[in-house]
Design a protein around this ligand. Structure first.
Ligand SMILES: *Cc1c(COP(=O)(O)O)cnc(C)c1O
Length: 236
């Protein structure tokens, strides 16, 4: 199938999953995870109806950005982020989804103040408590929200998670439900009028329909849009 056909097929699956859950399909963002794809493939996906691209690597983002490949779509950063690379993203990407420490949040805010923007961010939660994954524990989210309330350069928009690889049907529902509950609980904790939790980013190619059933407002999908990727390093 062409990228165009895959985009249509996945959009239809998102719509069907939303309807099955009694949700409004227009409230769910289909993010295309574009790691290792070329600028031309990204343009093809946007021409086919993708409105939001997600990048994992600062280097790839810089290349595609310089190419103007994202024109017509929003861009989110979804990969592990080092503090010394914050300067390449702040003020350019619409959302940084992978804030996983007070130090990183502070570095993003400092940079944003310097360039005169307020950067939208998500807090990444390691819901499966996996040693191999980034993200904070569910218990640490509240402290990060308090910190965000004091930092002038960031606005928290919600939570992101990459749960463990699903084991069998319904495999990740338990984690998705935990994330949904955390999302609801944290919304109630917000006391300032800057931050607001309206984005719950979870679900990938193998389980995005389950994530939608559990309240995801954004699903991040690569393989079912672009085909299998060659094996790659985890972070960078
Ligand atoms: C690659 C990636 C995805 C998409 O994964 P697929 O299984 O190919 O759909 C989603 N989220 C993040 C953070 C990723 O790195």
């Amino acid at each position: 199938m062409s990228v165009q056909e895959c985009v249509k097929a996945v959009q239809n699956r998102v719509t069907a999953a939303a309807m099955a859950a009694g949700r409004d399909p227009s409230q769910i963002t289909l993010l295309a995870a574009t790691k290792v794809q070329t600028s031309d493939t990204i343009r093809e996906a946007i021409a086919a109806g993708i409105t939001c691209c997600g990048e994992n690597r600062v280097q790839e983002f810089n290349t595609h950005w310089a190419d103007g490949a994202y024109e017509g779509a929003r861009v989110h950063f979804i990969g592990h982020l080092q503090k010394n690379k914050v300067k390449y993203l702040v003020g350019k990407v619409d959302l940084i989804e992978s804030i996983d420490s007070p130090e990183l949040m502070t570095a993003v805010s400092d940079r944003a103040v310097k360039v005169g923007v307020v950067q939208d961010i998500l807090i990444e939660v390691n819901i499966g408590a996996e040693a191999s994954k980034s993200g904070v524990s569910p218990e640490a989210v509240e402290n990060l929200l308090s910190l965000a309330a004091q930092l002038p350069g960031v606005r928290v928009r919600g939570l992101m998670s990459i749960p463990p690889v699903a084991q069998g049907p319904d495999g990740n529902c338990r984690y998705f439900r935990e994330m949904q509950q955390l999302f609801v609980d944290m919304k109630e904790k917000i006391v300032d009028n800057k931050n607001s939790l309206d984005i719950l980013s979870m679900g990938m190619s193998g389980d995005f329909e389950d994530a939608i059933a559990c309240g995801a407002t954004e699903v991040r999908v690569g393989t079912v849009l672009f085909g299998q990727r060659p094996p790659m390093r985890q972070n960078g």
